[in-house]
Design a protein around this ligand. Structure first.
Ligand SMILES: [Zn+2]
Length: 136
């Protein structure tokens, strides 16, 4: 599913503020900019494991189970993922990144579509050894 949107980033002078998957975004983050079907959104700062570049992106949930909140509460961790293809971050075409901090956490229900920010889930995340990953 990886799509390279470097034509968009190449045509805009300022770097993206955040990424929605591979899609560069230029407006300040708010959950109104993610999927209309999302019920849970974590706005995450991540770090490329190869070059160390940090960037912001989102993890969305689509049920009322709130599994990201469960993971943040239980383990202070989230699984890593591939950096956006258009993020000109290092010479390696294939790498992965690790989430280091939950900058914002939002949820809503199907019966109440108003987004609610829950700051108790906005915490630093730990690696597989239980160590915090300090942000630069
Ligand atoms: Zn990199």
């Amino acid at each position: 599913m990886a799509t390279n949107y470097s034509d968009i980033t190449a045509g805009i002078a300022t770097p993206p503020l955040w990424w929605h998957g591979d899609v560069p975004r230029y407006v300040p983050f708010h959950p109104r900019w993610v999927s209309i079907h999302a019920t849970e959104v974590a706005y995450i700062k991540s770090r490329c494991q190869v070059c160390g570049q940090e960037y912001n992106s989102v993890v969305e949930g689509f049920t009322d189970i709130y599994e990201r909140a469960e993971s943040i509460t239980g383990n202070a961790s989230l699984p890593g993922w591939d950096p956006p293809l258009a993020l000109s971050h290092c010479e390696y075409a294939f790498t992965s990144s690790v989430p280091i901090v939950v900058l914002e956490y939002w949820r809503r229900t199907r019966s109440d579509p108003q987004w609610v920010r829950l700051q108790e889930f906005e915490i630093a995340l730990r690696d597989e050894y239980g160590q915090l990953r300090p942000s630069s």
